[in-house]
Structure formats: C-alpha cells, structure tokens
Design a protein around this ligand. Structure first.
Ligand SMILES: Cc1ncc(COP(=O)(O)O)c(C=O)c1O
Length: 394
C-alpha cells in the first residue's frame, strides 16, 4: 500500500489538498475532456476496421452479451418497429415492482447517461452548482458545466474513498447555490463503494432539502455486506434520486435503457427535460432482463472470480490494485498511464482511458476469460520489459 499512498499524496498535493475543495471552471473540465477525446476517436476509427479483434476491457461492459431470454424478447419486439403507440411490455411497471415503488416514481431514459444529463439540467436551473468527488463519472460535471452551471469536486481520501464529511461541509458552505450532490456508488473509476452507514451519514448531515443523485450503475456487481442500495431513502420521502442502467449487468449498453427512481414530485420536475427516445425493442429486452435473474447471477459470479484472480496475478508481479466491488478495477502501474494505454492498444487490448489526477493508475474492465488472458500476457510484456513510460514516477 505504500506505493499507493505515495502516489495519492502526489495527486492530492498542493492547492487541492490545502483548499480541500476544487472548483472546476468550465474550461478546465473541457480541457480534461479534450485530453480524452482524440484518443477515444482514434480507437473508434480503428474499431471500425477491426472492432471484433480487440480485447475490449475499456468501458465496463458485460462482455457476454444479452442472454437468450432477452434476445428472444427483443427479436419478437421488432414487429413494433414501424409503430409509435405500441405495447411496451410493461417496462415501467416491472421496474416499479422490482423496487417496491409506484410507476409514478420511475422515469425511463436512453441509458442512464441521458438521465444524468436530465438531472443535471433540472437541478442546476438558475446557475446552481453540483458537488461531488473527482475522479468519478465525469459526464455529470461536464454536462452541468456545459449548461453554464458549476461543478465543485472534492478529492478522494488517501484510500480512494469518497470523503463524506468533506461533502457535508461543502454542501453546507454552498447551500444557497447548491443544485444537487452527486454520489456514484460504487464509484467509477475506482470501484470502491460508499458504505450504507456513510450514505446515511451524508443524507443526515446535509440540509434536508438538497437533492442527492446516487448513481448505482454498478449496483449489481457488489458483493459486500457494508453496501446497500439507496432506494429505501426514496421510499422514506427524501429528495434522493437513484439511477440504474441496463448497460452493465444486463448487457444492453448498445441498446440504451436506464431509469431514475425518485419521489413523484421530483420525477415530474425532471420529466420535461427527458427525451423519451427509447426503442420498443429495448423496452421488451429490459422486461426480459429483469426476469432473468439467473443469467445475471452467473455474470456476477464469473466477473467477481475473474476480477479477484486478475488482481491476485498482478500482485504476484508487484502491482497493487484498489479494492473493487465492480466489474472493473484500477491497478497502480507506477508510471504514466498514457503511453501504457497506447502500448496495450498496439497489442490489441483496449484498456480504460486516463482518469486525472490518477495518472499512474490503469482502469481495467473485466472481460471474458480469454480477454483477461490476453490482458495478462500484454501486461507482462509491457510492464515487465519496462520499455514504456519514463521510469517510476509513482
Ligand atoms: C457510473 C456510471 N454511470 C452512468 C453510466 C452511463 O451508462 P449508460 O448511459 O450506458 O447507462 C456509466 C457508463 O459507463 C457509468 O460508469
């Protein structure tokens, strides 16, 4: 852990650590985004030529694809391809039933990413701010700054957790201009959970009327008794909005389906900003996915097993990883991640993008057993040779 701590001290050092709070101006966020975009575009271009050949462990997807039950339901739903007012399989009702809420507490979106934008737009009207941590799922901050509001991000703790007492402090300090708080649980890119007692501490510690967006995109992979979903807080009547996606465990990333669970008045406030551009096919796929819990349990098990064995393997090579409760993890590679990512790509393995300020960590999604083998072989070649990166800067 020493190496991890050294690296951590480096990246929270200076102004950020002294101030405790980093306010990201729009141009800074766009600068961060710009660093990522050209590489993403390059990969997308390559992918057009040879997409299937890559080991794709960069976007935290389910590498196995939808199970037969879901494929069948979607195939049947193609008969509605030419319709507007088609039967939708009761997707909203099925989601409401799953969570023990009413359909009026559910809002669908084309992937949960769309919902994050909807929430950002809804709750930052009048130049209100969002408060969260960085690194996290930065789309939330990018969207909010693009609609001319402001994101205030706090650094993670030394062990890569979300600093609950600092979030509470910041929420109180910015209460007058605060639109909402963003909590990604478990967090992307670190894979760490916010424990159920920490969520309670946060919700009890902030002013009671502050909306809190709790992004549970990776909920289905968590196997940790200290974690709990935050849906019960919606049922309690708190201004909590939980988002979920069918892109991860349900393997429907390319089909686009996600949703929010919140109080009826909050859903009504958000609804005018949602696009509702969800296809008939994925609605039926979503209903089938919710019913096929057996397939999801299998994906969860094989993913966790592969994550643990890959992390253990990297440890034998001298590389520590951050404990993860998701279908991805971060390994500390002790050198600049940018050339390493490129070296992996040249070997046909797509790994996660850089997540500044964690510039010496590599995010690895859990792919198929074959993809993880290819990752391990490439890792040994790239890291073992010491040929990439300019020495140990971590
Ligand atoms: C934490 C988190 N939230 C939301 C999303 C958005 O996913 P989607 O729009 O596919 O539901 C992602 C995607 O990777 C994510 O990592």
């Amino acid at each position: 852990m020493d190496e991890l701590n050294v690296s951590r001290r480096k990246f929270v050092g200076g102004v950020a650590a002294a101030a405790g709070v980093i306010g990201l101006a729009p141009h800074e966020l766009f600068a961060m985004r710009a660093k990522v975009t050209p590489r993403d575009l390059e990969i997308a271009r390559d992918a057009l030529d040879d997409y299937d050949a890559y080991a794709k462990i960069s976007f935290n997807e389910n590498p196995y694809g939808p199970p037969e039950s879901v494929m069948k339901a979607m195939t049947k739903a193609f008969k509605y391809a030419n319709r507007y007012g088609y039967p939708d399989g009761g997707i909203t009702e099925a989601i409401a039933k799953l969570h023990g809420v009413k359909p009026e507490n559910i809002l669908l979106s084309a992937g949960s990413g769309e919902m994050l934008d909807v929430i950002g737009t809804t709750f930052t009207q009048g130049n209100k701010k969002v408060i969260g941590v960085s690194p996290s799922y930065m789309q939330v901050y990018e969207h909010v700054t693009s609609v001319r509001a402001e994101a205030i991000t706090l650094p993670l703790t030394a062990d890569y957790k979300q600093p609950i007492s600092d979030l509470i402090k910041a929420a109180k300090q910015h209460y007058r201009d605060l639109g909402f708080i963003y909590l990604c649980n478990p967090n992307n890119p670190t894979g760490r959970i916010v424990t159920k007692s920490e969520v309670k501490e946060l919700l009890d510690g902030i002013p009671a009327d502050v909306p809190v967006l709790i992004d549970e995109a990776y909920h289905h992979f968590v196997d940790n008794s200290e974690y709990a979903s935050s849906v019960p807080y919606v049922l309690e009547g708190r201004p909590v909005i939980v988002t979920r996606t069918f892109s991860k465990i349900a393997a429907l990333a390319g089909m686009r389906l996600g949703y929010a669970i919140a109080r009826k008045d909050i859903i009504q406030q958000m609804r005018p900003y949602s696009m509702g551009s969800i296809s008939a096919v994925v609605k039926w796929g979503g209903v089938a996915a919710l019913a096929d819990t057996e397939s999801q349990a299998k994906v969860k098990k094989v993913t966790i097993d592969l994550r643990q064995s890959t992390i253990a393997h990297l440890k034998t090579l001298g590389y520590e990883s951050i404990p993860s409760d998701t279908n991805f993890f971060m390994v500390h590679i002790k050198r600049d991640v940018v050339p390493v990512i490129e070296a992996f790509r040249k070997k046909g393995v797509l790994v996660g993008r850089p997540f500044p300020p964690m510039t010496t960590h590599l995010r690895v999604s859990i792919g198929t057993p074959d993809e993880m083998e290819r990752f391990k072989v490439a890792f040994k070649e790239i890291m073992g040779a010491g040929a990439v990166g300019s020495g140990n800067n971590g």
